[in-house]
Design a protein around this ligand. Structure first.
Ligand SMILES: Nc1ncnc2c1ncn2[C@@H]1O[C@H](COP(=O)(O)OP(=O)(O)OP(=O)(O)O)[C@@H](O)[C@H]1O
Ligand SMILES: [Mg+2]
Length: 340
């Protein structure tokens, strides 16, 4: 196959064009285009088997794509794999630490493999263990670490070379909330220091916390992309939530809105339990008119809020599928492994 010179656009740390990777009949990655501007985080969202890990593996030279081009940090993934490997960091879905070595030895070894001088490798190993709350376990063999500790060590290892592009493949799956927050803080710190991150996740909150832009993939294809808020707005639209001072007026409020034709697509509904009227909003004009009408009709309003759909709802709307839980993901993989 002949590959055309892929000229990267200024300011993009990752640029992917028409990337394809098939396994037999499985179109794991089926023509993907991506742009990740320097210093930003792209969230890649998709259900089990969507092709997220395959994409990351192609972009980190662990798999050779069947077609398409990808340039990362200025290096072509197929033609310049050695240079590329020195500028990227990767945290896989499954931690890849050396079990026989201690946490500190794992980090020191990777530092040395990245050609850091001994002193620097030592200092960074210490610093990363500290950052990920592993100092107390630094001298113990990684084999004795809990799942969460291994994952943290794996993250520390991917960051030790201060990579300019970092791939995080479901970095916090299986972590407790406190550790998850630690990881998020570290990712934010890396980005603040100028790194570019490609993050796959099944946690909506994670995408909202970290990602500037979002790409949703399903069966190897991009099915939606944009800013986190754009995507949310595009799919579900807003809901106006009105809380009348008198909860007894919920139904009368819904009736008034319907009568005036201001109840949006699908109609306004009364939520008796929460004491709210929910109105689907299609335009700012409708929003303004709703508020105006309620005032004219003498309703007293205790509170109003607009609510954007969650990424879960976005996903459901785009794919007609619920996003799978990370627990399922791990479980499915374990079953696949047993079956293999
Ligand atoms: N080495 C392989 N050989 C054969 N098929 C593969 C291989 N790796 C992945 N696949 C298939 O390619 C598809 C995409 O898998 P991939 O692991 O990229 O999905 P994913 O989005 O990372 O899923 P998950 O959320 O479960 O991690 C799946 O159908 C998977 O079974
Ligand atoms: Mg995966």
């Amino acid at each position: 196959m002949t590959r055309q010179e892929h000229k990267i656009r200024d300011g993009n740390a990752v640029e992917v064009r028409g990337l394809v990777k098939h396994f037999g009949d499985t179109k794991a990655v089926d023509g993907v285009d991506l742009d990740v501007p320097e210093g930003t985080v792209l969230g890649v969202l998709g259900p089990n088997g969507a092709g997220k890990t395959t994409l990351v593996r192609c972009l980190s030279t662990l798999l050779v794509p069947d077609a398409g081009t990808a340039v990362v940090a200025g290096y072509d993934v197929v033609r310049q794999p050695r240079q590329l490997r020195r500028t990227i960091g990767l945290t896989g879905q499954y931690a890849s630490v050396d079990e026989k070595l201690s946490g500190w030895e794992n980090l020191y070894m990777i530092g040395r493999l990245l050609d850091l001088p001994r002193k620097e490798a030592r200092a960074r190993a210490d610093a990363m263990l500290e950052r990920f709350s592993l100092t107390d376990a630094a001298k113990r063999a990684a084999a004795t670490y809990s799942g969460g500790m291994r994952r943290r060590l794996d993250l520390a290892a991917s960051m030790i070379g201060r990579p300019s592009v970092l791939y995080l493949d479901e970095p916090t799956t299986g972590l407790d909330p406190r550790t998850r927050n630690e990881v998020w803080d570290e990712v934010k710190r890396m980005v603040a220091e100028g790194s570019t991150v490609l993050l796959t996740t099944q946690y909506m909150e994670e995408a909202e916390q970290l990602a500037h832009d979002l790409t949703v993939i399903d069966r190897g294809k991009i099915i939606a992309e944009g800013r986190v808020n754009e995507l949310k707005a595009k799919v579900g639209g807003r809901t106006l939530q009105i809380r009348p001072s008198d909860p007894g007026e919920l139904n009368r409020m819904v009736g008034a809105l319907a009568q005036a034709g201001l109840d949006g697509v699908g109609g306004a509904t009364a939520d008796m339990e929460e004491g709210l009227v929910n109105v689907p909003i299609v335009s700012d004009e409708q929003l303004t008119a709703v508020i105006g009408l309620l005032g004219e009709r003498g309703f007293t309003i205790a509170g109003i809020d607009t609510h954007l759909p969650s990424l879960d709802e976005v996903f459901l709307a785009i794919t007609g599928q619920k996003t799978s839980t990370p627990e399922n993901s791990t479980h499915d993989k374990a079953l696949e492994e047993v079956a293999a």
